[in-house]
Design a protein around this ligand. Structure first.
Ligand code: SF4
Length: 736
């Protein structure tokens, strides 16, 4: 009604939710956010939003909002002045370091943290304290993409951009339900389908809304995407579709280790071993992946494999491959990323308008924060801890002794919570994330965090199962209650100014980190002002990019525009990396330059099919797959507090194939217990509703903290990226 009266002040920013990074305009009246609409000037969404985007601000005023700090005293949470709570956090952190060493404390942050928030967390842990015990929840969603980029190209983040959608003839989605996970991008694809006949091919393990809206849906047996990708490469080579001149100029062939384990044992040090091979050796390796051989175990027909290969192999067709969690949350996630790159490299369909592999992200700043400012254990802002030059640069900018920054990564996410369980980590601070719903096998990690041996600090906007086990709960600002900067899936950095005041003592996470750092005696390293800390931190951060041809936009450019893509060059389009026409860092005089690698050549990896760590058997006869739904975002801590979204999707469910449901006498809505070797979860059956798993598979979304499917999942991970596989484990079902 207020909008209709036209008396709103509209302020711009990015959406709080997914990695698409749509531009929003928030209507403000009397200091309150009362409306949201898509920003028509945003190059990402051109005014369009999805259902989550439109309703995002409706959770801010939720009755159970965390507005003040809470400190647990004798088992009860006591409202405490924020200053006092921050004193306690700082003194506990300091005391723990003094008693048990700097590696006994940890921070666990998020791809939902802003760039300044991630930056100061990295500076506190790595520069001030001197521990690499910092990881973030992007480990659960994007780590395989990072490892895939680094192993193939030596440089992280996609080379293309969303504008590819307007150029491509084919979109091939690999295990990615874009209609629900990246709905605004999917709408852009559908528009191209209608306007000029672009085709969408959905390659997945179950039928989803994306499959039904696609031109062709091809289903595969879980884990066999590895084999199908190799079969596509086989077909490309044997049919003479390889772009020989591109491959000769720009690629090397390399073989990696095989049988690399699944991260189930408590070991996390793994180093891949790369051995150069020649083209003939690679071609020989592919002889095990003829369409006929692969069809036998992938359940993809020979005809469908040949169809996919022919699309990639057609020199007159432009193809974009999209993927997200289906490929990344995979015990061979790095390999799967490498394999899709192989397809694009063999055909030379890469880094050009409408041609390229594109890994999407799930969180609003999985790229900007998790990957760019050093919130993974192995990362520094624009660098890695294992590189001496990068450590020296960080030490110089942070004004700390070089020796203080440790050269070895410590705990990735799963191992961090295993270390809490073992008693090695005695203090952990989580910011903007909810691991007790999002970790795999939460049935193991919940008791670990409940132990008295670990002091738990949780910063969040709402109570969650993670804050339920905290010793101190800090009240965080929601995104429009603070200024911030996010980086989306297409390397677009987006700044916004604070739009409204938050309630009570809610405070930006960056400022709470700074206050704790000051109380620990690191005040001289954190000289930022409360009013301008976002800008001051960003100005410091971009010093890491000084003199680089692939740097970030200056603050004034960010403030001027609705998002700026890096590499930033004033007045130049830099939409496609590694392509000399667009990327200023290409300086070898050739059309393409993969400058992340010493010889400027990308790597075509020999990566075999290997089975999943746990497969259905006589006792546990079903594959379990988990994921999301369009109405809810991640663990549902925000979207379940938005009435319209909660009403549309009130609880999680278990999706069954109708034949399996009939075999077990299960009807729609019946309660079904899903049981694995690790735990159980009871949820209502969904048959012939939104999605359709193939026979022998079940699917459940993970957004529901009451019906928590992650009690059931397996904490196996890709040994290269350390990203867990939430998409495959063995379960049995019982009608309750
Ligand atoms: Fe927000 Fe993602 Fe929806 Fe866009 S597609 S409105 S970024 S949740």
């Amino acid at each position: 009604a207020a909008a209709a009266q036209g008396d709103l002040e509209w302020k711009k920013g990015p959406c709080r939710f997914c990695g698409v990074g749509c531009g929003i305009l928030v209507g403000i009246k009397d200091g309150k956010a009362v409306a949201v609409k898509g920003d028509p000037r945003s190059k990402v969404n051109k005014g369009l939003l999805c259902v989550k985007g439109y309703h995002q601000t409706m959770c801010i005023q939720s009755k159970d909002r965390l507005t003040h700090a809470l400190v647990k005293k004798n088992g009860t949470y006591v409202k405490t002045p924020l200053d006092e709570a921050l004193d306690l956090v700082a003194s506990k952190m300091k005391e723990t370091i003094e008693k048990h060493g700097k590696d006994s404390v940890a921070m666990y942050t998020s791809g939902q943290s802003t760039i300044p928030e991630g930056y100061v967390a990295s500076k506190l842990m790595k520069g001030a304290i001197g521990t690499n015990n910092l990881d973030c929840n992007a480990r659960l969603c994007m780590a395989s993409a990072v490892a895939g980029f680094l192993t193939t190209f030596g440089a992280d983040e996609p080379m293309g951009c969303y504008e590819d959608i307007e150029h491509a003839d084919y979109f091939i989605t690999w295990g990615n339900n874009m209609a629900e996970m990246h709905p605004v991008l999917f709408s852009r694809m559908l528009e191209q389908k209608q306007r000029r006949g672009a085709k969408i091919v959905d390659f997945a393990t179950r039928t989803t809304r994306s499959s039904t809206a696609s031109d062709r849906s091809i289903l595969f047996e879980p884990q066999t995407d590895l084999a199908v990708a190799n079969a596509i490469c086989y077909e490309i080579i044997e049919n003479g579709w390889m772009n020989k001149s591109f491959v000769e100029k720009h690629c090397n062939f390399t073989k990696g280790l095989t049988n690399i384990g699944y991260g189930l044992e408590d070991k996390f040090a793994f180093k891949d071993k790369a051995t150069p091979i020649d083209f003939e050796a690679y071609r020989e390796f592919l002889q095990d992946y003829t369409p006929e051989k692969v069809a036998k175990y992938s359940k993809v027909s020979v005809q469908d494999i040949k169809y996919l290969a022919a699309i990639y192999g057609d020199p007159n067709k432009k193809v974009v491959s999209y993927w997200c969690m289906g490929m990344n949350q995979h015990t061979r996630g790095t390999w799967m990323n490498n394999l899709v790159y192989n397809i694009h490299l063999l055909t030379g369909k890469i880094s050009q308008p409408g041609n390229g592999p594109f890994s999407l992200t799930g969180q609003p700043s999985a790229c900007g924060t998790a990957r760019e400012v050093g919130t993974f254990t192995h990362k520094l802002p624009k660098g890695v801890v294992t590189n001496e030059k990068h450590r020296r640069l960080a030490a110089k900018i942070w004004k700390v002794p070089y020796e203080r920054i440790p050269a070895k990564p410590t705990y990735h996410t799963t191992e961090m919570f295993r270390a809490v369980d073992r008693g090695d980590i005695k203090f952990i601070w989580t910011q903007v994330t909810n691991p007790l719903v999002s970790l795999p096998k939460t049935s193991r990690y919940r008791p670990a965090l409940e132990k008295e041996s670990c002091f738990v600090v949780v910063s969040d906007v709402f109570p969650t199962p993670t804050s339920d086990v905290a010793d101190v709960i800090l009240p965080a600002s929601w995104h429009i209650e603070k200024s911030g900067i996010y980086g989306n899936s297409e390397r677009r950095t987006q700044h916004w100014d604070q739009m409204i005041e938050g309630p009570g003592e809610t405070t930006p996470d960056a400022w709470m980190t700074i206050e704790v750092a000051k109380r620990m005696g690191f005040g001289d390293l954190f000289p930022y002002s409360r009013e301008n800390h976002v800008e001051e931190i960003y100005e410091e951060y971009i010093q890491f990019h000084e003199g680089k041809k692939h740097g970030m936009a200056p603050l004034k450019a960010l403030k001027r525009k609705s998002g700026v893509i890096w590499p930033y060059v004033e007045g130049k389009s830099t939409l496609w990396r590694f392509n000399a026409e667009y990327d200023p860092a290409c300086d070898n005089g050739k059309a393409f330059h993969f400058y992340g690698k010493p010889d400027g050549k990308a790597v075509i990896w020999q990566r075999p099919f290997e089975p999943a760590p746990e497969k259905p058997d006589a006792e546990y006869p079903f594959w379990l797959n988990t994921g999301r739904v369009v109405e809810h975002w991640h663990t549902g801590s925000m979207t379940r507090r938005i009435p319209v979204l909660h009403q549309a999707m009130p609880n999680a469910y278990i999706e069954l194939h109708p034949d399996d449901a009939m075999d077990y006498g299960i009807s729609n809505g019946d309660m079904v217990k899903v049981i694995s070797k690790r735990g159980a979860c009871t949820m209502p059956a969904s048959i012939n509703e939104r999605g359709l798993p193939t026979k022998g598979q079940v699917f459940a979304p993970f957004f529901d903290e009451e019906l928590m499917i992650n009690d059931v999942t397996l904490d196996a991970f890709c040994p290269i990226s350390k990203e867990p596989d939430f998409k495959k484990c063995a379960v049995k079902i019982e009608k309750v």
